[in-house]
Design a protein around this ligand. Sequence first.
Ligand code: PLP
Length: 431
Amino acid sequence: MKQINALESQVRSYCRKYPVVFEKARGSFLIDKDGKKYFDFLCGAGSLNYGHNNPIMKKEIIDYLNDDGITHSLDLATKSKEEFLNSFSKHILAPRNLNYKIQFTGPTGTNAVEAALKIARKVTGRTKVISFTNGFHGVTLGSVAATGNSFHRGGAGTSLNDVTFMPYDGYMGKKINTIDYLRRVLEDNSSGIDLPAAVILETIQGEGGINIASSKWLQSLQDLCHEFGILMIVDDIQVGCGRTGTFFSFENMGIEPDLVVMSKSLSGFGLPFSLLLLKPDLDKWKPGEHNGTFRGNNLAFLAAKTAIDYFWTTQELEAEITLKSNILKERLEKMAKENISSDIEVRGKGMVCGIDCILEDLASAIQHQCFENGLILETCGSDDHVVKLLPALTISDDELREGLDILEQSIKQVMNQSDFQKKLEAEIVEK
Ligand code: PLP
């Protein structure tokens, strides 16, 4: 660890919170160099929905490499690309009646977001984009311009242009429909808000604090987009690929976005891979206009196809997620209310959940205590005040319960050791 700290840039972040050297990983566990085992409820910030080293994908990858399968090919046509496209089209798009062209972007989520913003601007001829408070879309310049968090925005070192932020669902309190405000400014020629090319949003804000948009809000937003000729971009990078209980987070929400951005768990094995889904009439790119050396990672094509064929050709995984989601939500509600405060809110859907600890220090102390006790999880929200849980969708019930036991024990330790109770009460009274 000392060597890493000495050699690696100051920009490193997760390894500061979990200061051990990890060596191995399997399923829902990470194992450090000393052999200590940790439950992994961070899961690569949502990149490991099927767990670490999933044996089904691992076998395919090893066989493929042993057979001299192609690993790098720019965007040449390869067998693994063809098979992925066929599988994605047949098992993901067709059963959901979705008609999208598939664009392979550079391997990071933020590159796919850049592609979505570029094509939306190109097609509409407009420059402005509307993003939402607490939204997170990545840290390259176009994406960070659409990201609310001032810490990440500050890292840009230049002005961030052409994005207007509007209040997300619930931002002004539960009783205020923020779409009314958006409608008002779009209708008013003197609002100072130019007609945008697109809106970009997450259906559940993963980094922003597990804020969940209701289907009613999403539908009203879509209606507004249709009325004003604005494109709707859904960033499903963190909460897609089954995280919320369905493959796409917007399924059953009554919307059909014009553009969808995917990454993280798409490859199913933690391999870098991103794509942009575009309604066919939006596919106005000239060949190579948005490109990248590592578009279309063939090992990721293979792993992603394997994951789709294994997990998404039956209803089994979805049923499992529903069951485990109930365990997760019930346990979290109970432990938060009993051990922290009855005013604590637990938010979540499917297998993405957060405990809003109100105080950053409290969330951070719980995260630290969990690490000491053998559970890795993340904090999120505007002030990092939400403890976030992203267990693998494939975790067993027993493992999930054990991980949650550690969380509960850690919360108890933290609440017993310090004066958080008093601080929390003061904060709640103030609010
Ligand atoms: N969009 C969302 C919703 C994300 O959660 C993230 C990463 O956490 C990104 C975009 C950026 O993806 P990447 O870190 O791969 O660039």
